[in-house]
Write a new protein. Structure first.
Length: 338
C-alpha cells in the first residue's frame, strides 16, 4: 500500500431536473483497511484517466473552496466543515447547468510517496446483478470508479512550493465537452493553466528534430522513441510530470550533444517539467486512425518494412497480416466461393 489516507468524507448528490439535493454525511469516515484500499484504487484510476487539464486557484473566481481548504490546512477549520462549505458551492454551480448528476461526492486528503493531495471526485453508481442460491435475481449498487468524469486533485505540496506555476491542480476534462469541465473549474474557483497536450506535442517535435540532427539510423531512432514513450507512460501512471533533464538522460548517447542543451539552443517552448498527455505521446510509437468504416493501427517501427505507404495512390500495403484478421478474411473468402 503506497497511499496514506489522512481524512475522508463522502456526501451524496442528487440532481433531478433543476433541483439539486446534497445529503451530507454527519462526520468523517474512520480510516481503516477498506478505506485505504478504496483510496488506493481511486488514486490509480485517476492517474490512468487520459486528457487531463491543469489549473490553479484564481482570485477572479469564487474563492470559497480555496479559502476553506486553506483554513483546514491552517487548523482553523475542521475537514468535515471544509467539505460542507465546498458542497454548498457545488450545489450552487450545479443549479446553473442543465445536466443532471447523481452520485457520491468524495473528499479525501491523502499522501502518496512524499506528496500531499486533496482529491475531490463525483463517483456515479452502477447496478450489478447476480443470481441467488434459490435462482432468484439479486441487484446491488457499486461505485463506478473506472468511469468517473468529474474529479480534480490538488497537489498540496506544489501549492505550497510552486504556486506560481499555475498547474498544481489537475482535473479530468471528460468526454462530455467543455461544459462539464467548465462547471468543475467554476466550482473549484480555478482557471486553466498549462496545456499538457500542447507541451507533449512540443516535446515530440523537439525529440524528432534531435534524433534527425544526431543522424541515428532507423533502428536507433525506433529504440530511443520507445524509451521516451516508456518514460512518459511511467509519468502518466504515477501522476508525475515529465522533465527535460530526464528526457535528456534517456536520449543522449556518449559524446552526443545533450538533448536539454539542444532544446535551449533551438528555443523550444517547453517547460523544464510538464504534465504528459498520453494520447499525444503514443503517436511517437504508433500510427492509428479511423474513418469511413476503416480502423488502422500499427507500431511505427513497422513503417517501411511490414507496412509501406504510397502517398501518390493513397494506399497502405501490409505484409504479415495479424493471424486473427487473416483467419477472418480466409473464412469469409471461403464462404463467398460456396
Amino acid at each position: 500500500m503506497t497511499t496514506d489516507v489522512k481524512k475522508l468524507v463522502v456526501h451524496y448528490v442528487d440532481k433531478k431536473d433543476d433541483d439539486t439535493q446534497i445529503h451530507l454525511r454527519n462526520d468523517e469516515m474512520v480510516i481503516n483497511d477498506k478505506v485505504a484500499v478504496f483510496i488506493e484504487q481511486l488514486h490509480h484510476a485517476y492517474n490512468g484517466k487520459p486528457g487531463k487539464g491543469y489549473c490553479a486557484f484564481s482570485g477572479d473566481k469564487n474563492s470559497v473552496v480555496a479559502s476553506a481548504m486553506q483554513s483546514y490546512r491552517n487548523d482553523e477549520l475542521g475537514f468535515w466543515h471544509m467539505t460542507e462549505q465546498a458542497s454548498t458551492v457545488l450545489k450552487e454551480e450545479l443549479d446553473k447547468y442543465a445536466f443532471s448528476e447523481t452520485g457520491y461526492l468524495v473528499f479525501c486528503h491523502y499522501q502518496y510517496v512524499a506528496t500531499d493531495y486533496m482529491l475531490i471526485a463525483m463517483i456515479n453508481i452502477k447496478e450489478h446483478y447476480s443470481m441467488t442460491s434459490e435462482l432468484d435475481l439479486a441487484a446491488s449498487r457499486h461505485l463506478d470508479i473506472s468511469r468517473m468524469q468529474l474529479a480534480a486533485r490538488i497537489d498540496l505540496t506544489a501549492w505550497d512550493t510552486q504556486a506560481e506555476d499555475n498547474r498544481y491542480i489537475s482535473f479530468i476534462k471528460g468526454r462530455a465537452g467543455r461544459k462539464v469541465a467548465d462547471f468543475f473549474l467554476d466550482f473549484l474557483g480555478c482557471e486553466e493553466g498549462i496545456d499538457s497536450k500542447q507541451q507533449s506535442q512540443v516535446m515530440l517535435s523537439a525529440v524528432e528534430d534531435y534524433l534527425s540532427e544526431q543522424q541515428f539510423d532507423k533502428s536507433e531512432k525506433d529504440d530511443l522513441r520507445k524509451q521516451v514513450f516508456d518514460y512518459c507512460n511511467d509519468c502518466v501512471t504515477t501522476g508525475e510530470d515529465a522533465s527535460v533533464s530526464d528526457l535528456s538522460a534517456t536520449l543522449t548517447k556518449g559524446d552526443d550533444s545533450p538533448f536539454d542543451s539542444f532544446c535551449k539552443e533551438q528555443s523550444y517552448d517547453l517547460e523544464e517539467t510538464f504534465p504528459v498527455d498520453k494520447k499525444t505521446v503514443t503517436s511517437m510509437v504508433k500510427f492509428s486512425g479511423l474513418g469511413g468504416g476503416v480502423s488502422v493501427s500499427f507500431e511505427r517501427k513497422h513503417l517501411g518494412e511490414r507496412v509501406t505507404y504510397n502517398e501518390a495512390t493513397d494506399t497502405l500495403v501490409i505484409k504479415g497480416i495479424p493471424p486473427n484478421l487473416k483467419d477472418q478474411l480466409q473464412r469469409f473468402m471461403e464462404n463467398e466461393k460456396e
